[in-house]
Design a protein around this ligand. Structure first.
Ligand code: NAD
Length: 362
């Protein structure tokens, strides 16, 4: 058995994505199995949530933590935060395995990294779970306001997305006014709803879709947005498409149906294939605001909390800077003939490289 494990190289994935450290956490007594991925700490401590998932295999869990922690490095770097990228996955059934002891044991593993990794809530982790983790480590962020944390990040995320959308509009239409623009918002959950509020305030013509009928009715009633069908959104006569529900909605099938000039939304991983679909958008004359930049408001919010004495105004001020960063990325993309996703990645890497030199001991 051990021989088989030795043959499947763990380091292959680690060295391909360039991780600094990967920590395998195991506890016999509670049945805890977790992996903490620390991708890069040049800019600061590696921050990223913990998700619990019943992975089909340990290899799948490892792949997920490596991919997600790397994504956090780029998100923090492009947003100008002094944070590195990290993520943790707990392998198991979130419904049955999360006991107090199990979560506190995980907290002890986080604490053992002495602040090199900072955790937060992610898929299948609840506030109560974070409280247990927080009993064993101070390196937890994203706590509710009642516990001195920054609370719900969604309004800040929506504001950052709105800033990114305006910046992209500026590049495409020559000014950043959204007045009269036809905007399709896919998903009116936490972020989508706040985004609709900003757009309606600016007198945009907003179309919304969602699988949850109740939410759809409520947002339509509150803001006067027009409801469209779930599949209809892709064929809509619109200027701007804002994906705020699921990932991978920019793919072979949908891109050719889009009639908009701008895609700017909050959903994670909108491009099914970063290179192929990034290029397809360019070919179709659609300007894409990189998702990992314009949805960084959530990370900004926990970063503010991490700095101590959380200040929501400061979070909004930082989120506002997404506007300038987005303009810069779109300029580089046009100048170098590369997709905006590629340009954002390049600028993030450059910042890590430059600041890495500043930090070198003399
Ligand atoms: P949410 O769960 O509150 O909202 C998602 C909404 O999308 C729900 O109303 C859901 O019913 C709807 N939906 C699901 N499938 C759909 C479909 N096929 N078509 C149309 N609607 C569909 O989540 P959220 O917190 O608003 O986040 C939205 C997106 O933004 C997610 O991709 C999330 O990862 C990303 N994001 C959120 C934050 C944040 O601060 N909340 C930060 C960064 C990124």
């Amino acid at each position: 058995e051990l021989e088989r494990v030795e043959k499947s190289s763990v380091f292959a994935g680690v060295s391909k994505l360039g991780h600094e450290q990967v920590v395998f956490c195991h506890d016999q007594a509670t049945g805890l199995k977790a992996i903490i991925g620390i991708h890069n700490t040049v800019l600061g401590p590696a921050l990223g949530g913990t998700r619990m998932w019943n992975y089909a295999s340990e290899a799948e869990a490892l792949r997920d933590v490596l991919r997600l922690s790397r994504g956090m490095t780029y998100k923090a770097a492009i947003t100008g935060l002094n944070l590195g990228g990290g993520k943790a996955v707990i392998i198991g059934d979130a419904k049955t395995q999360k006991t107090e002891a199990f979560l506190r044991r995980f907290g002890k593993f986080v604490e053992s990294l002495a602040g090199k990794y900072i955790t937060a809530e992610d898929v299948n982790m609840k506030t109560r779970d974070m409280e247990y983790i927080g009993m064993e480590t101070k390196h937890v962020t994203g706590l509710p306001e009642s516990m001195g944390g920054g609370g719900d990040p969604s309004p800040v995320t929506a504001y950052g997305t709105y800033m990114g959308m305006k910046a992209t509009a500026k590049k495409v239409y020559g000014n950043d006014s959204l007045t009269g623009k036809k905007i399709g918002v896919q998903g009116v959950g936490q972020v989508g709803m706040y985004l609709v509020e900003h757009l309606v305030k600016e007198n945009a013509e907003v179309f919304i879709t969602d699988i949850a009928e109740e939410k759809l009715k409520q947002v339509s009633k509150d803001f006067g947005a027009k409801v469209v069908g779930m599949d209809e959104i892709y064929d809509l006569d619109m200027d701007i498409y804002a994906p705020c529900a699921l990932g991978a909605t920019l793919n072979d099938d949908t891109i050719k149906r889009l009639k908009c000039q701008v895609v700017a939304g909050a959903a994670n991983n909108q491009l099914e294939d970063e290179i192929r679909h990034g290029n397809m958008l360019i070919e179709q004359g659609i300007t894409y605001a990189p998702d990992f930049l314009i949805n960084a408001g959530g990370l900004i919010n926990v970063y503010e909390e991490h700095l101590g004495s959380y200040n929501r105004d400061r979070a909004y001020t930082t989120a506002e800077k997404i506007y300038d960063t987005c303009i810069n990325i779109l300029d580089v993309s046009a100048k170098e003939g590369i997709s905006s996703q590629e340009a954002a990645t390049k600028l993030a890497e450059k910042r890590i490289e430059d600041i890495g030199k500043v930090k070198l001991p003399r």
